[in-house]
Write a protein that binds this ligand. Sequence first.
Ligand code: ZN
Length: 134
Amino acid sequence: MVAEDSGAYRLTLQLDQAATITVGRLGSFAFKAGQYAYIGSAKRALSKRVARHQRLAAKKSGKLHWHIDYLMSHPDCHMIKQELFEAGKECEISAAMARRRGVTIPVEGFGATDCRAGCKTHLYKLPERKMATE
Ligand SMILES: [Zn+2]
């Protein structure tokens, strides 16, 4: 049974300049400036989860729990878009992102440690030339 208010979400982030960011136990990684898409899911309280991400991105303070928190707490990182999807869609969306032309994987395993569909990551670097659509 799917709980009320469960679902998947996609966040589009903008990193104003290149930065080396420590992502919890995954390690330290060099992130290029530009846009990123992150796909996550919440088993409950989807809207609260997304609001929490947004708060962290805006205030740069709060507990760092998910991999994405480490990126979003960086001073040069801003959330520019958030989209909600049906529960269980996260890996489908992730796979579709992976197939897009020009999309690259900045960090293997990012946000995908408990992913059962075998995604290499749930964070993608969007191509330079165009803004995230869809
Ligand atoms: Zn996945």
